[in-house]
Design a binder for this molecule. Structure first.
Ligand SMILES: [Zn+2]
Length: 118
């Protein structure tokens, strides 16, 4: 591992901030099923019983569902990266096991693979 302690700590801090932010945003549209795993379920808010209201609710729900999926995926990447810090495999490509260049990690600390395997 060529990453020094300071750099690692910075990346970890970035990831933790990202995690917090993602959980906050997810909390607005979804409820956690398994927070440890980053598993969320989109909530369906019932505004009213009117037909028009219902249409809006469905629209909103469909929209939330897609946002939730994106956020959830991102959160799982972040959680996964944090887990790799724990077991000391952070910074390695999941595919070819080579080290992910620092520039890439800085741009995207939760990157799972190197640029070649992307
Ligand atoms: Zn690779």
């Amino acid at each position: 591992m060529t990453l020094d302690k300071k750099t690692l700590e910075e990346l970890r801090t970035t990831l933790l901030k990202e995690k917090e932010e993602l959980e906050k945003n997810l909390g607005k549209i979804a409820r956690p099923i398994d927070k440890e795993e980053g598993d969320y379920e989109t909530t369906f808010s019932e505004i009213g019983t009117d037909k028009e209201d219902n249409a809006t609710e469905v629209d909103q729900y469909t929209q939330n569902l897609s946002v939730e999926n994106t956020l959830e995926k991102k959160l799982q990447d972040v959680l996964d990266a944090l887990e790799r810090f724990e077991n000391g495999t952070y910074g390695k490509c999941e595919n070819c096991d080579k080290e992910i260049p620092l520039e890439r990690l800085k741009a995207n600390p939760s990157a799972r693979t190197c640029i070649k395997c992307k």
